[in-house]
Design a protein around this ligand. Structure first.
Ligand code: TRP
Length: 324
C-alpha cells in the first residue's frame, strides 16, 4: 500500500500539525511505502521571498527528518524537483470544470483574505490531485480541511479514467483521529492554528522558556478540578488531550493522575512533558541543519526515486491522451 502526503515549506510545524499529521506519517512508515513531497510549488501561490525560499525548503526537510521521517524507508523529496507534477496538473486542468474550483471552500477563504488572488491559488487543488495520482497512491493522510481537495482528486481520477481508459487509482483519505485534534491555547473553542497569533500555538521547535510561558498562560476554565469535559472545560480538556497523547496513555488515565492537582501544578506537568518531547527534536534539527550536504543528498535521492515512478505514469498519460 502506498501512502503520500505533502507539506508546505513555509510556516512552522506546530503541535497540532505534529499530533494530527506528522506523527501519523512516522507511524505509517513501518507498514506502508511512503512518499512525502515538500510542496514548494503550492507555497508559491502565496508570495515568497526568492532569497530565502530555498533555505526554507531545506529547513522543512531537516524538521521532518528530526521529527522522525526515515529517509531509508520513506521517499522525502521536493515537489518541484519532479517536473511531472506540473505536467500532469496541466493535463488535469484540461478536464477540470472551472466551476468546481470556484466552489472550493479553501479557495474562497483564501481569496477573501488575500489581495493576491492568482490563478495558482485557484488551481491549487488540481496540482494536489497531480501530486497524489502521479504515484498511484492508495492512502492520503490529511486533516479535515483537505477532504474537499481529496474528493476532487478522486473525481479527477474517475473523470480521466472514463475519458481515456483506466489509468489512475482512486485514493482514499486517512483522516486524523478525532482525539488528535488540538485546540488553540488562547481560545480552546478553535483549532490550534498559526493564524491565531503566537500565544495560541506551540511550535515543535520552540525554546523551553517560551513553551513554559505559553502553557502556563493557556486559557483555562472556571473551577479548579482537572476534568475532561470538552464542552464545559475546553481549556483543561485540551491540555489533558495533549498530555495523554504525548504520554501515550488514555485521557481517563491522565485525568486520574491529576485528581488531586490544581491548575498550576497540572500545567507545569504538561509543560515539562512537552519539553521532554520537543527538546530532542530541536537538537536533532540543529544537528541536521549543520549537515546540509547530507540533507541535500536525501532530497536528491528521494527526487530520483519519485521521478522514476512519476515518469512511468506520465508516459502512460501522454499516450492515453494522444500526445505520444
Ligand atoms: N494541501 C495540503 C495542505 O495544505 C498540502 C498538500 C499538497 C498535500 N499536496 C498534497 C497533502 C498531496 C496531501 C497530498 O495540507
Amino acid at each position: 500500500m502506498r501512502v503520500l502526503s505533502g507539506i508546505q515549506p513555509t510556516g512552522e510545524i506546530h503541535l497540532g500539525n505534529y499530533l494530527g499529521a506528522v506523527k501519523r506519517w512516522v507511524e505509517l512508515q513501518n507498514t506502508h511505502e511512503c512518499l512525502f513531497p515538500i510542496v514548494d510549488l503550492h507555497a508559491l501561490t502565496q508570495s515568497q521571498n526568492p532569497k530565502t525560499f530555498r533555505s526554507q525548503v531545506m529547513e522543512k526537510a531537516a524538521e521532518l527528518l528530526a521529527l522522525g521521517v526515515n529517509p531509508e524507508t520513506s521517499v522525502l523529496f521536493i515537489q518541484s524537483s519532479v517536473r511531472e507534477h506540473t505536467e500532469l496538473a496541466w493535463i488535469f486542468n484540461t478536464i477540470t470544470p472551472v466551476g468546481e474550483l470556484e466552489r472550493m471552500t479553501q479557495f474562497k477563504d483564501k481569496s477573501a483574505k488575500s489581495k493576491n488572488i492568482n490563478m495558482g491559488l485557484m488551481d491549487y487543488p488540481v496540482l494536489m490531485a497531480a501530486d497524489i495520482l502521479l504515484y498511484q497512491t492508495d492512502l492520503v493522510p490529511v486533516g479535515q480541511d483537505q477532504t474537499q481537495h481529496l474528493e476532487l482528486t478522486r473525481e479527477t481520477a474517475r473523470r480521466f479514467n472514463s475519458l481515456y481508459g483506466k489509468t489512475f487509482k482512486e485514493p482514499k483519505g486517512l483522516l486524523a483521529k478525532e482525539g488528535a485534534k488540538i485546540m488553540s491555547l488562547k481560545d480552546p473553542s478553535k483549532k490550534m492554528s498559526k493564524s491565531d497569533g503566537p500565544s495560541s500555538y506551540l511550535s515543535m521547535f520552540e525554546d523551553a522558556l517560551s513553551v513554559k510561558k505559553k502553557v502556563m498562560a493557556a486559557v483555562t476554565d472556571t473551577g479548579k478540578n482537572i476534568q475532561y469535559d470538552p464542552n464545559k472545560k475546553p481549556g483543561i480538556s485540551n491540555l489533558l488531550t495533549i498530555y495523554a497523547i504525548l504520554k501515550g496513555v488514555s485521557i481517563l488515565k491522565a485525568e486520574s493522575q491529576f485528581a488531586d492537582a490544581d491548575y498550576s501544578s497540572f500545567k507545569k506537568a504538561v509543560a515539562d512533558l512537552l519539553l521532554t518531547t520537543i527538546e530532542p527534536f530541536a537538537k536533532k534539527k540543529q544537528e541536521l541543519l549543520s549537515r546540509e550536504l547530507y540533507v541535500q543528498e536525501i532530497l536528491e535521492r528521494g527526487g530520483q526515486h519519485a521521478s522514476s515512478i512519476a515518469q512511468g505514469t506520465m508516459q502512460n498519460v501522454r499516450s492515453k491522451v494522444g500526445l505520444s
